[in-house]
Ligand binder design. Structure first.
Ligand SMILES: Cc1cc2nc3c(=O)[nH]c(=O)nc-3n(C[C@H](O)[C@H](O)[C@H](O)COP(=O)(O)OP(=O)(O)OC[C@H]3O[C@@H](n4cnc5c(N)ncnc54)[C@H](O)[C@@H]3O)c2cc1C
Length: 368
């Protein structure tokens, strides 16, 4: 396995549980699991992510993207149950509330709620938006068109997930190799008919199957083998805000509140993450955070006055000319599971499940 973000680490854990002998390679494996304080440097997807799981509110009701979301939402509770441990606690925070920004969106939400009551979707009107809050509570932004409450969507803390995965990877005896893969060589008799992976440490490692989960870096690894999977970087900025001392209560705040496509996530006392921007390229814009913060003119006073105490940015890997994510068996023993764009955390379980199925059909697990 190459790449230890949510997708690679989750897949490595799943494959090890299936009985495969797994080595996970990533230069970040010897670094502490925390968000770096360097604001100048882009973080990898998982470190930058907000961990929002928007599976059941997905607009479409058919096709691969919908099936992957449904599979992930089905697997998440099982993953959390298996990964949760007193040393690395993990939980799903629910619900997720989307506020409609127009009457058209409100109609779409009502129709989705009608189709999916068994998935925990319920729409509400603009009157009940006000009824959901009392005057002693911090007011939500209010576009005035009601919204959609999804009981089973929500959030997983990406760092808690990474910590839980690291602990479980060790428990499943996955070999963790802190190195960067520089070149992949196809199996040949001189290498015992196994893939040879050159590492930046000057060493090599050998394996029967290579799974590439390196987000934007995947294209570089594949190009010398004649596989073209170009991807573009889409940058996202997140603000960590502190709301000035208030006596108003937060108890009505859902795990995730979404307004105009921006997530407002309460964390700790009077703190809120706001994100994320969608910016082409790898350079953060100086203006985008303040535009995001205005929520198209809907930001309540308390939000406009909140102080920015931290901010970060990271890169999403968006496949060029193909739908995200890229899940492909490229040739015998070479699997690509990458390019998850805006939903890599959400889709980590479904991706691991898909890779596991490909492994089952191409390799035999030795009887223990
Ligand atoms: C600001 C922001 C907010 C987001 N919010 C959400 C959200 O709320 N919900 C959601 O589902 N998704 C969200 N995303 C998207 C999500 O973060 C990504 O889709 C996901 O993290 C991708 O995971 P990954 O494991 O594929 O890649 P990454 O997390 O980017 O990990 C790739 C890993 O590959 C390693 N690597 C690279 N090259 C090599 C090499 N040659 N050899 C070895 N290792 C290598 C890197 O060191 C890195 O650790 C967000 C993204 C951003 C930027």
């Amino acid at each position: 396995m190459i790449g230890a973000g949510a997708v690679g680490a989750g897949t490595a854990w799943h494959l090890a549980r299936q009985g495969h002998d797994v080595t996970l390679i990533d230069p970040s494996l010897d670094a502490p699991l925390q968000r770096s304080n360097s604001h100048d440097q882009a973080l990898n997807g998982t470190a930058a992510s907000l961990g929002v799981l928007m599976g059941n509110v997905f607009r479409r009701s058919s096709g691969r993207a919908w099936r992957l979301r449904q599979r992930s939402m089905e697997l998440w509770p099982q993953w959390v149950e298996r990964l949760n441990h007193p040393e690395s606690p993990l939980q799903l925070d629910t619900p997720l509330i989307q506020l409609a920004s127009s009457s058209l969106e409100s109609e779409r939400m009502q129709s989705l709620a009608k189709q999916r009551p068994e998935l925990g979707l319920e729409s509400f009107s603009s009157e009940s938006t006000e009824a959901l809050q009392t005057s002693d509570q911090i007011p939500w932004p209010n576009p005035g068109h009601g919204g959609l409450c999804s009981q089973n969507d929500g959030r997983i803390d990406p760092f808690a997930l990474q910590r839980a995965l690291r602990r479980s990877l060790k428990a499943e005896k996955v070999a963790l190799l802190p190195a960067r893969v520089t070149t992949l060589h196809r199996p040949n008799p001189g290498d015992g008919n196994r893939w040879r992976l050159d590492l930046n440490t000057g060493h090599n490692t050998y394996c029967d199957v290579v799974v590439i989960c390196t987000a934007l870096a995947s294209a570089q690894l594949l190009q010398p083998l004649g596989h073209a999977f170009p991807m573009e970087a889409v940058l996202g900025q997140v603000l960590d805000l502190e709301v000035s001392a208030t006596t108003k209560a937060w108890d009505h705040w859902p795990a995730v509140l979404v307004c105009n496509g921006i997530n407002l996530i309460r964390h700790g006392d009077n703190r809120l993450w706001l994100g994320a921007t969608l910016e082409q390229g790898e350079e953060p814009s100086a203006n985008e955070p303040s535009i995001m913060r205005r929520l198209d003119g809907l930001a309540p006073n308390w939000l406009q006055q909140a102080e920015v105490v931290d901010q970060w940015h990271g890169l999403r890997a968006r496949p060029s000319g193909r739908p995200a994510p890229l899940l492909e068996v490229l040739e015998p023993g070479l699997i690509l599971a990458s390019g998850h764009y805006r939903n890599g955390v959400l889709l980590a379980p479904a991706t691991a499940d898909w890779v596991g199925q490909q492994m089952m059909s191409t390799t035999k697990i030795p009887a223990s």
